[in-house]
Design a protein. Structure first.
Length: 209
């Protein structure tokens, strides 16, 4: 059996951390190794505990918010994924955290299965967005004025759900090579170089070129 996914929880509300810890620890392949309530505490805990994933709240009280904390963690530990866990789902918030380097954005009212899937996907490098956010991404990507073709818009929407190239190919009934070609076209049209950047770009409504 492989080692469990080690998680650091960052939230300024103790009750929220306790609830999320209990939820995540209910899974045999996930283990919460620490908690933090501020950005400074989070940076210190990352250095001491070396978690595989940081689950970050967007609001952290009077100090630096989750966006600033995410940016600091990613700057100090570029290989450490940060998954934002928030009660807010505005496009502006999503764009801010993705720009800060977060790998995904999950809502606090998401069902447990979605949260577990997001954690497992984040540690292997998959971008993850909650369905309501991904739905708005689809609307942006399918805007009649978009430079993306219908297939490219569909691919971008599925990309936000954290699917791998192989899974994208299976969903769209195309080969992985074709998926890579479509992705290259999407990146070129949006002027980006990564999946996360493509998702953030579309959420800004900037798919029109």
């Amino acid at each position: 059996m492989s080692d469990p996914i080690t998680v650091l929880l960052v939230d300024d509300h103790h009750v929220v951390r306790a609830g999320l810890r209990a939820l995540l620890d209910s899974q045999p392949d996930i283990s919460v190794v620490g908690e933090a309530g501020t950005a400074d505490e989070a940076l210190d805990a990352v250095g001491r505990l070396a978690p595989a994933l940081v689950v970050m709240d967007l609001e952290l009280g009077a100090g630096e918010d989750g966006v600033a904390a995410t940016r600091r963690i990613r700057a100090a530990h570029p290989d450490l994924p940060v998954l934002v866990f928030s009660a807010y789902d505005t496009d502006a918030d999503v764009v801010r955290v993705v720009d800060a380097g977060a790998i995904g954005y999950v809502l606090k009212d998401a069902p447990p299965a979605e949260i577990f899937s997001a954690v497992r996907g984040a540690v292997v490098g998959r971008s993850v967005l909650s369905p309501p956010v991904a739905s708005r991404l689809m609307q942006q990507a399918q805007n009649p004025g978009s430079a993306l073709t219908p297939r490219e818009a569909e691919l971008l929407t599925l990309l936000a759900q954290g699917l791998s190239n192989r899974e994208l190919g299976r969903r769209l009934f195309i080969s992985e090579a074709t998926v890579k070609t479509h992705l290259a076209h999407v990146y070129a049209k949006l002027g980006v170089e990564s999946r996360a950047a493509a998702v953030a770009h579309a959420l800004r409504g900037q798919t029109v070129r």
